[in-house]
Write a protein that binds this ligand. Structure first.
Ligand SMILES: [Zn+2]
Length: 236
């Protein structure tokens, strides 16, 4: 890869296996695959300082890796110039208040890409909530919001009406593409964590309107399509 190759911090399971697992996990109950260690952590009301440090480290790695993936692959996929979104970062949880986007404050307990300022922001409470059952949560959220930033840079004819599912698809492209590039490694359990996270963040009903995120199975299918087929799997 390019000069800025990072030291991989994670251990990867094979892509083919990963895709098969994703599909077979459609019926897995949320949290059922969490390891014993993370289950015991999940029962605590607050995260330890050590865990918060490692979450912040994972968020920072996710930002670097996803950005590096899109920056290096952009010219092969798209015309126009790649522009890295700014990172507002965390708000809420007793820290900073939510930033403004289009004249209104962003909502809490959520993560966002703001087109007006071309920036990404997240409520730290949302990150903490999912991180208790696995670190893949923060990678997914960062990669999904980055997917919206990618959509904003594209010819709008390439942007699906099912914008949220396309963002999941682009998240799959970035995370699995980064793994293929050798800048991200998957640990055992990550594939299950990703499926669980997509399920936990899903709507209760299938996609019908532009603002819908889609059901768990739709979100997992979209992410898996990007993971397996790359960018072109997300544009059709
Ligand atoms: Zn979204």
């Amino acid at each position: 890869m390019k000069g800025g190759l990072r030291v991989p911090r994670r251990v990867m399971t094979w892509l083919t296996l990963a895709i098969v697992s994703c599909v077979s996990l459609l019926s897995t109950e949320l949290g059922a695959t969490a390891s014993a260690a993370s289950t015991s952590v999940a029962s605590r009301a607050e995260m330890s300082t050590v865990q918060l440090d490692s979450m912040n480290q994972d968020i920072s790695t996710a930002v670097d890796v996803v950005n590096q993936f899109w920056a290096s692959h952009w010219p092969y996929y798209f015309t126009g110039r790649y522009s890295r979104p700014r990172i507002f970062g965390a708000y809420g949880g007793g820290g900073r208040r939510a930033p403004y986007c289009d004249g209104a404050r962003l909502g809490y307990n959520n993560a966002w890409y703001c087109g007006q300022g071309h920036y990404i922001a997240w409520d730290i409470t949302l990150m903490r909530r999912g991180y208790r059952s696995g670190d893949a949560w923060v990678y997914l959220i960062i990669a999904h919001e980055w997917g919206h930033a990618v959509q904003a840079l594209l010819d709008q004819r390439l942007v699906s009406r099912a914008k949220e599912l396309q963002a999941d698809c682009l998240a799959g492209v970035a995370l699995y593409g980064a793994a293929r590039d050798g800048i991200l490694r998957f640990e055992n359990g990550d594939v299950e964590e990703l499926a669980d996270a997509l399920g936990a963040l899903a709507d209760k009903t299938p996609w019908t309107r532009a603002s819908d995120h889609g059901s768990a199975s739709q979100r997992i299918a979209a992410f898996t399509r990007g993971a397996g087929y790359g960018v072109y799997g997300c544009l059709t």
